[in-house]
Design a protein around this ligand. Sequence first.
Ligand code: S3P
Length: 449
Amino acid sequence: MNTNQPLSHPVEGDTLIATPGGALRGVVTPPGDKSISHRAIMLAALAEGASRVEHLLEGEDVLRTVAAFRAMGVAIERDTQGVYHIQGVGLDGLAEPEEVLEMGNSGTAMRLLAGVLASQPFFSILNGDASLRQRPMGRVITPLTQMGARILSRQQGRAPLVIQGGHLIPLEYQSPVASAQVKSAILLAAINTAGGSAVQEPQLSRDHTERMLTAFGAQVQRDGLRVWVEGWPTLVGQNLQVPGDISSAAFPLVAALLVPGSDILLQGVGVNPTRTGLLELLTAMGASIETTNPRQYGGEPVADLRVRHAPLKGICVPPELIAKTIDEFPIFFVAAALAEGETVLTEASELRVKESDRIHAMAVALGAIGAQVTEQADGLRIVGQPDGLAGAATVDSCTDHRVAMSLLVAGLCCRSPVTVLRCANINTSFPAFRQQMTALGASLTGGAS
Ligand code: S3P
């Protein structure tokens, strides 16, 4: 794949059509969690000894992280069962990459790797696709520079990033944003820095890095919204099983809630409480979601979710749920557009700097298929139409995987088909999306690109 290709260039499978049909039924196992998969590769690479990772997400984003560590001399093999075997090189065993490290569409790969590379005594360059090169990197450049790293970027902290890593000093950082990527970049720099470092955030963001560092043997302490880590731990290789990604499960889950007669089971879904905001919001809206078979995979809570169709009511989103719902707002907006009454989201301007401006992208596309949506600076106001949306439109995903999947789910709840453009990036997080949705009974077909 050529990451410098213009994103508007059509590729095979780029246009998909959702045609409304019957109920969704069946059992699906969502793909491995994207956030946890990136961290599993990174910590396994930095550990001593071998690690084994099952159910790693084989989406383009995570494969960028795999490729980056291979380029820095880490042996990573995939066996015939799809299990990944990583031979850790230790905190000081990475080699200078000869080529630019291409991160594609992945903000997590770029920001977390910036944290890893900040303490490595070599030169590296991180680049991304057109979407990633527009996203703010100043939020990681600032704290990593305070630790002593030398990082150059384009204007306003945009990638490519040029990193001359080296010896760092510990940091006590008050993050202005609730961002797991910022927190994790600092923690990953801090583990290769003598002494203890801490990050305090305004709201608790996903805590997978903290959990996994603990599982690999690091000393991590949480005190409210502050997390502290001791430098130079001995990280020991682990056997990990990656939970199913709740952010991917969200698409069949909301589809089943919205399409009358549906009844599905989602198996092995990660239900870490820093990620379950969507379940809390939908339950408050009247959803029927049964959580069964609770278990743990390497310090991460996992459960099966049974979801049946239920009428939903609009809701005012409590701001304290925003961080734990952050990736699910596009699909949440679809649920709101089909709920009875009004839904209001405010204080969510972070959505404007995701893989696309998700407030604008969703407002435009939902409006085009007949939803009543008002775009606001920091959120959306939606008046739901429980009798269904008109559809019969061609809408643009803006190359954003979650916008694409959300609009395809919306299309299943319209009176006429919806054509969604620029869907190829679904492969970054959920390559089996079309196949799994089709297995449940949805009609998603390829259109002419
Ligand atoms: C992620 C953190 C979140 C999320 C992203 C994955 C992570 O981003 O939106 O999809 O794996 O740490 P922010 O840290 O920018 O909120």
